[in-house]
Design a binder for this molecule. Structure first.
Ligand code: FES
Ligand code: FES
Length: 156
C-alpha cells in the first residue's frame, strides 16, 4: 500500500505518495509535483544538481528518502523567486550569463542562496569552498563565481 507524506513545498501544503518510502525526494518532486528545476545528475550526493532547501539549508534530494521529509519545509528553484521578482542569486546568474547547458545551475543557485543567507560579504575563497561539492561539466566556474559574488554584494 502506498504511503502518503504531507509536507510544505514552496509555501504550499502538498501530499506525496510513495509505494516505496525510500524513494528519493527528487523523484517525487519531479514526477508528482512537476517541479523540474532540480536535476538528476549522479544520484549519489556527489554533484549537487538535485539540490533543494530543507528548512533553508541545502539538501541533496537524490539521496533523501521521501519518508524522511514528512512535515518538512522544502523550497525548490521554482519557489526561490518568481519571474517578476527573482532571488538575487537568480538575477545575478542571469546578469552574468553564468549558464552554459544549465544542467548544474539549479544546484549552484540553491547551494549559493543557502550559503549567502548565512554568510554576508564572503570572500571568493569562501564561495569556492561553499560550491566545492557542486560540479559543472561545462566548466563555467568562473562565471558562476562572478555571479555569486555579484549576488553577495546585493545581499550584504
Ligand atoms: S544528483 Fe543529487 S548530488 Fe548528484
Ligand atoms: S552549465 Fe553545463 S553543467 Fe554547468
Amino acid at each position: 500500500m502506498a504511503t502518503t507524506i504531507k509536507l510544505t513545498v514552496n509555501g504550499k501544503a502538498v501530499v506525496l505518495k510513495a509505494e516505496d518510502p525510500s524513494m528519493p525526494l527528487l523523484y517525487a518532486l519531479r514526477d508528482q509535483l512537476g517541479l523540474h528545476g532540480m536535476h538528476f545528475g549522479c544520484g549519489l550526493a556527489q554533484c549537487g544538481a538535485c539540490t533543494v532547501h530543507y528548512y533553508g539549508e541545502a539538501l541533496r534530494s537524490c539521496v533523501m528518502p521521501v519518508s524522511a521529509v514528512a512535515d518538512a519545509e522544502i523550497v525548490t528553484l521554482e519557489g526561490l523567486g518568481t519571474a517578476e521578482k527573482p532571488h538575487p542569486v537568480q538575477q545575478a546568474f542571469i546578469d552574468e550569463q553564468a549558464a552554459q547547458c544549465g544542467y548544474c545551475i539549479n544546484g549552484m543557485i540553491m547551494q549559493a542562496a543557502a550559503f549567502l543567507a548565512t554568510t554576508k560579504r564572503p570572500t571568493e575563497d569562501q564561495v569556492r569552498q561553499a560550491l566545492a561539492g557542486n560540479l559543472c561539466k561545462c566548466g563555467t566556474h568562473v562565471r558562476i563565481l562572478r555571479a555569486v559574488m555579484r549576488a553577495a554584494e546585493k545581499m550584504a
